[in-house]
Design a binder for this molecule. Structure first.
Ligand code: C5P
Length: 239
């Protein structure tokens, strides 16, 4: 497989063409950003952790019948993925109140939700990724009703699977963000990444934060936290 032209550079990853039209080459960067890139830093090793963890999680999901764009890990910081057209919706699933939901509802972080809450945010940096609902999505024509139903069902299935996997790692899956793409056949496919950059992960016993909040809130070493997640997931690989 040949690495071709750079097609897209985001905050945390670069995407390159390959010699196969439906395959992209992803390179995870060592950059950390938060608050719509108002806070930025280079953290050596972060790219490797996110690539390793995301590859592991995508493989675990694949083994549990959640098809996704991941094809193969190439190196510590690179992976191959299937090309899709990304749906401009960030899908957030929440099991415990934290982050923006705590602020929006005026509730304390750490309250368990009786059932998961699914939220949609319009992926638009200039607008600051606003919270939207199904009617907004319909109006904006960014996903059909069928695609949105598919997206929601897949997001809830991913939540069930990952909640179980993380519980066996002694980690609470508080919330997470997913992105989906549409493949050439028109199917909705889980895409982007699933890593401590995109999930809130708390140690079950101590509630210690093992995710990007460590960087957002300046509360410790990000690579130490991500290393704990990687080591615990590696111990659960065959579950
Ligand atoms: O900030 P908020 O509480 O809305 O974030 C919910 C979840 O979505 C968190 O796990 C956060 O890491 C993730 N997220 C993300 N990318 C964004 C916004 C949120 O991965 N642009």
């Amino acid at each position: 497989m040949q690495k071709g032209q750079l097609v897209y550079e985001g905050k945390a990853k670069r995407l390159y063409e390959t010699d196969q039209p439906d395959v992209l080459w992803v390179e995870y960067k060592d950059s950390a950003t938060a608050f719509n890139a108002a806070k930025k830093a280079t953290i050596v090793g972060k790219g490797r952790y996110n690539n390793e963890i995301s590859s592991l999680i995508f493989r675990m999901l694949h083994n549990r019948d959640v098809t996704n764009h991941f094809i193969q890990q190439l190196s510590e910081t690179e992976q191959l993925v299937q090309r899709t057209t990304i749906v401009p919706i960030e899908v957030v699933v929440r099991n415990v109140i934290a982050g923006s939901l705590a602020k929006r509802l005026g509730k304390d972080e750490g309250i368990y939700l009786p059932k998961p809450i699914v939220e949609y945010y319009y992926k638009d940096d200039a607008l600051g990724d606003p919270l939207i609902n199904e009617d907004h999505i319909d109006y904006l024509q960014i996903a059909s009703q069928q695609q949105l139903m598919d997206i929601k069902n897949q997001a809830l299935k991913v939540n069930d699977i990952l909640s179980d996997i993380f519980t066996s790692c002694n980690v609470r899956l508080v919330d997470f963000k997913l992105e989906f793409g549409i493949d050439r056949a028109g199917n909705v496919l889980l895409a982007d990444e699933v890593s401590p950059d995109t999930c809130r992960l708390w140690d079950i016993e101590t509630n210690k934060k093992l995710d990007k909040d460590v960087f957002r809130r300046d509360i410790g070493s990000l690579t130490e936290a991500y290393d704990i997640i990687l080591q615990r997931l590696k111990g659960e690989q065959n579950v």
